[in-house]
Design a protein around this ligand. Sequence first.
Ligand code: IMP
Ligand code: MG
Length: 179
Amino acid sequence: MKNDIERILFTEEQLDKRIAELGEVISRDYAGKKVVAVGILKGAVVFFADVMRKITIPIKFDFMAVSSYGRGTKSTGTVKILKDVDTDIAGKHVIIVEDIIDSGLTLKYLKENFEHRKAASVKLCALLDKPEGRRTDITGDYIGFNVPNEFIVGYGLDYAGKYRNLPYIGVLKKEVYEK
Ligand code: IMP
Ligand code: MG
């Protein structure tokens, strides 16, 4: 896998440090509230597991699976729910946990979806933000790092299902997907 990476953007140490900071802020902001963290499968799994262990208040876990990409590197703009949460969302404070915000189409759809289910509040937490890719007015509430407009893999993020288990975040070599 290493040979397919053009350069490393964030090392394991940098990720650990930033994720601990996010956990601290979330713990402070949600103290005394009924909180459900909704991880978006599969990309958010690695980040979800790490950030949750930095949160010091009670928090429920749930997961959703959506598809918007298929095998390519650009969003199709259509979001489909493949697996829904099983928590009753009404009256709960929801934190959607994603790997990356790119076009923002996925999160815009999910945010509105939870608002329709009468969540007390809906906030977005993403490890990475790619502001140049944005095609909606969505902004993240808890963001780990900004990344350039390139294709990023590792630490949960994939290309065609691969590279999710890399322990760091890197830029994928163009030649890997421009074939
Ligand atoms: P959005 O709807 O365009 O914001 O895309 C969100 C989803 O697209 C993320 O949850 C990722 O699964 C995927 N995605 C967007 N950019 C990248 C990238 O650079 N590398 C890997 N996956 C990406
Ligand atoms: Mg993906």
